[in-house]
Design a protein around this ligand. Sequence first.
Ligand SMILES: [Ca+2]
Length: 119
Amino acid sequence: MADLDNSGTLTEDEGRALIAYHRKPKLEGGEGWMEVLEWSDFNKDGRMSEDELVSIMLRHGWGLEDIDNSVERLHQFAGTEAGMNYDEFEGYMESWGHKNPDDEEDEEPSKEDAVEIKI
Ligand SMILES: [Ca+2]
């Protein structure tokens, strides 16, 4: 994953990028899916690859069995060998029964507004 130019070795820049990737603050949960995809997207190609999925899951404490299942599912949704684009990632997340927190946030203010009107 870190070998961005597929040269078989890590350049200094690639090494630094890998270290930076692993030092990034973890996601706390509740992030929108676009943010999750961007967090994982090491090579910034707009897609979550198998390596990137494994990395983000390891980093967030998932077990190997969960990671295996997720990788298998990634391959069902990924449109290319480079991984899932946002639309595919959305389908992947929905297939686990997850809802995008970004969508829920859009709905919540309207409920609060309704309460305010009653008062
Ligand atoms: Ca990527």
